[in-house]
Ligand binder design. Structure first.
Ligand SMILES: CC/C=C\CCC/C=C/C(=O)SCCNC(=O)CCNC(=O)[C@H](O)C(C)(C)COP(=O)(O)OP(=O)(O)OC[C@H]1O[C@@H](n2cnc3c(N)ncnc32)[C@H](O)[C@@H]1OP(=O)(O)O
Length: 280
């Protein structure tokens, strides 16, 4: 209790040290008192994941791990969106080499976060469809703002999420809920996500979400860090091993699927609808 109150005070007003510049699409801020790093995705308007964002995300995770931070909180600088998932504009009308790079960097970013030995939490301060949900569920704990949407909606776009991409989702949801949600391409409201266990807590503001994430990370203060991280990685080892086995083939499968004319056509229509909706 005392510890979480202290964390709350520190999260509000404690001294902070900027460690990386904001020329990147991500930034890292370490709280000097708690030693917890906040990694912010900063690609307005919706943090759609282009290659640069995915590369910067990996570099920020590496930076946080090498600075021996006590934990990592992932959040967004956009006011209403955590991340809109892969940048569809980058996948549309492009060549195979670019598609290969996009998928390889998505894999690299996911494994860096999912396989991190640090305690990780997501302060989901906005919508988190598809790749946004992927990043949130790669973390160990999720706190989300009310009335936002989260889920893996790939089937709505006519595409399929490979097994590794479902790992985090399957870690937190019962198999039958996950299967139904994935086949329907369902996006859960925050309130539904809490009821199913897809998120752990609801917070009314981003600041409150960051405090709750810091309290989660603070809950490990009295646990031996090596024992903690090895235990976490034991739970994730099977998924990581399966992913490593198929990662090269998975890239080629993605390139083959994403370059199919009907999938490209589907992306074009989806983009058009997104643009129409945003102009309304
Ligand atoms: C072949 C592939 C095989 C397997 C892949 C499986 C793995 C992962 C896949 C993905 O991640 S695909 C991406 C899926 N993402 C989505 O379906 C989300 C789409 N976006 C939205 O639903 C909404 O934008 C929102 C996130 C709910 C936010 O809504 P809001 O009203 O706040 O913003 P608005 O819709 O007005 O968008 C602003 C602006 O941003 C553009 N946009 C939105 N999402 C994307 C995106 N994913 N990629 C590129 N661009 C995106 C949108 O068109 C608007 O642009 P405009 O201002 O120029 O009109």
């Amino acid at each position: 209790m005392l510890h979480s109150n202290l964390l709350r005070l520190v999260a509000r007003g404690g001294p902070k040290r900027w460690m990386s510049t904001t020329t990147k699409l991500t930034s890292v801020e370490v709280n000097d008192k708690t030693g917890i790093a906040t990694l912010t995705l900063n690609r307005p308007p919706v943090n759609s994941q282009n290659v640069q964002l995915l590369v910067d995300l990996q570099s920020s995770i590496g930076e946080i791990e090498s600075n021996k931070s006590r934990g990592l909180i992932l959040t967004s600088a956009c006011s209403n969106v955590f991340s809109a998932g892969l940048d569809i504009l980058e996948m549309y009308n492009t060549d195979e080499e670019r598609l290969r790079t996009i998928w390889t960097e998505l894999q690299n970013a996911w494994i860096a976060l999912y396989g991190s030995s640090l305690p990780t939490a997501a302060a989901i301060n906005g919508h988190a469809p598809a790749g946004g949900c992927l990043l949130a569920t790669a973390c160990e704990y999720r706190v989300m703002l009310p009335k936002r949407l989260i889920g893996l909606n790939e089937t709505q776009l006519g595409i399929i999420a490979p097994k590794w991409l479902m790992s985090g989702f399957l870690n937190v949801l019962p198999q039958r809920v996950a299967e139904r949600a994935l086949t329907q391409g369902r996006l859960f409201t925050t309130e539904e996500a809490l009821a199913e266990g897809l998120v752990d807590e609801i917070a009314n503001t981003k600041e409150e979400a960051l405090e709750k994430c810091a309290a989660f990370i603070g809950s490990f203060t009295k646990v031996n860090p090596l024992a903690r991280s090895l235990t976490k990685l034991q739970f994730r080892a099977e998924n990581i091993k399966e992913f490593e086995k198929i990662r090269k083939k998975d890239v080629e499968d993605f390139v083959a699927l994403a370059s199919r004319p009907e999938v490209q056509k589907g992306m074009g229509i989806y983009l058009e609808n997104l643009k129409k909706k945003s102009k309304k």
